[in-house]
Structure formats: C-alpha cells, structure tokens
Design a protein around this ligand. Structure first.
Ligand code: MN3
Length: 257
C-alpha cells in the first residue's frame, strides 16, 4: 500500500533505473533539471563516490537517489519559493522549521520538497565508506556514547529501538535519533519528508535536533533489497558516520546554551 506520492516516486525510480542501465548515464548529470528554476537551491555532489557505500548500498541506488530523487525535491522547492514573494531569501532551515508561518500555498510544497532537500543532504552526510575511521560499529565519542546509554540503556538497545522505528514506519518516511531541548536523546519517526525540525507539523514530543536519520522510502533500497526493509536497515549500520553524529550532538549542545 503506497501513498500516491510514494507510488509516483516508485514509477519514476524504475523508469530512471531503466534509463541509467541502457544509456550508461552515470557520468552525465541528470537532465530532469532543465524545466525548473536553477536556484536558489542547488544539488551538492555526494561527499563520496556513488559506489563508496557498497556492498551495503549499491552505486546505482545512490546515483538515482541523489541525481534523480534529491534533484527533483530541489527543483520543486525552487519552483515553490519562486512562486511566493519573499521566500527566495530564506534559508532552508528557516523555511522548514517555520512552515506554518509561510503563505498557505507554499506550505505543502515546502514541507514535501524542502523537507526532501534537507533530509537527503543530512542523509548523505550521515554515511561514509565502510571501514573508514569511526564508520559503522559503535560510536567512540564519549558524550554521544553517554547520551545513548542514558537514554536507551546501552548501544544495542538503542539500535533495536531505532531499527524498530525504521521497520514499523508505514509506507514512506524516516527514523531519527534526535537531541531534545533538554539535551536528552530520543528515537522518533516521521512520515514522508517531515523531520524533527518542523514546528507545528511534527508533534512537540518528536521535535529536536536531528543527529542521525535513515531514509526508509522504497527508493532508498528497492533495487538491492526489494521488499526486505529490515535487511537494508541491518546493512546500513555498517555505513553510519559516527564522527558526523558526534559533531551534530556537540553543535546541538552549544546552540542550547
Ligand atoms: Mn530518499
């Protein structure tokens, strides 16, 4: 059972996969950007090669996810902010954290596509090549380890809770580790492209500063794992960039003071 938007995404994904396969289009940028305004938001390159996360996440999934899906969120976001006076000058975080203060016609497009842009940028930076320093395994940072132990009991219990949130998210969405305003850590889940920064959209109990996020839309894993979301989640732990997570926790602590 899919929402209309995830169904569309899936059709776009399979079409894009066929295209990429036949044309060997990996080295060429996506052509889908042509009709959309070119700014104010733009797609940054992945912070690593598309095949860097193999065997856990395959290169073709990364190419389509980044070059097609993420690009489409940016194109649609650019269209939305151009259509509403004054929105072009706002930062992405201003836009998505204050959705309920935007003109009504901009709220849904910014929620879906601004959320999509923010979430995917965050997701790419949450991962790194397996075997690298601090990638996979357990976090070495003392503050992060202590926060996890305090909130969940131990690292394995945190992993189980996060995995459960990711597995049980019905349809499309995200699982998150967040730092709440009081500094405590929590696991939450959001539908579609919502995220824990979205005031007035996400329940206050699920709001906080994202430290780690996992995309459980089918487009994130279907080519390699098909319907086996739990296998994708289990493999994903091998590419989690713990130093990035620790740096976010540190930054969240400074912001709170
Ligand atoms: Mn995605």
């Amino acid at each position: 059972m899919h929402t209309p938007s995830s169904r569309r995404e899936f059709i776009a994904l399979t079409a894009a996969a066929a295209l990429a396969g036949s044309a060997r289009a990996q080295s060429k940028p996506a052509a889908t950007a042509a009709a959309a305004p070119s700014g104010p938001f733009a797609l940054d390159p992945l912070p690593y090669a598309a095949n860097a996360l193999e065997p856990h996440i395959d290169a073709k999934t990364m190419e389509i996810h980044h070059g097609k899906h993420h690009q489409a969120y940016i194109n649609n976001l650019n269209t939305a902010v151009k259509a509403s006076a004054g929105l072009e000058k706002k930062s992405l975080e201003e836009l998505i954290s204050g959705i309920s203060f935007l003109p009504e016609s901009a709220q849904m497009p910014v929620r879906n596509n601004g959320g999509g842009h923010w979430n995917h940028t965050f997701f790419w930076e949450s991962m790194a090549a397996p075997g690298g320093v601090g990638v996979g395994g357990t976090p070495e940072d003392a503050a992060l380890s202590a926060g996890i132990t305090k909130a969940f009991g131990d690292f394995d219990k945190f992993k189980a809770k996060f995995g459960e949130a990711a597995t049980k998210r019905f349809g499309s969405g995200w699982a998150w580790l967040i730092a709440k305003e009081d500094g405590s850590l929590a696991v939450v889940s959001t539908p579609n492209q919502d995220n824990p920064l979205m005031q007035g959209i996400v329940p206050n109990t699920d709001r906080g500063t994202p430290l780690l996020g996992l995309d459980v839309w089918e487009h994130a894993y279907y080519l390699n794992y098909q319907n086996r979301r739990p296998e994708y989640i289990a493999a994903w732990w091998n590419v989690v960039n713990w130093p990035a997570v620790a740096a976010r926790l540190k930054a969240a602590g400074k912001k709170g003071k």
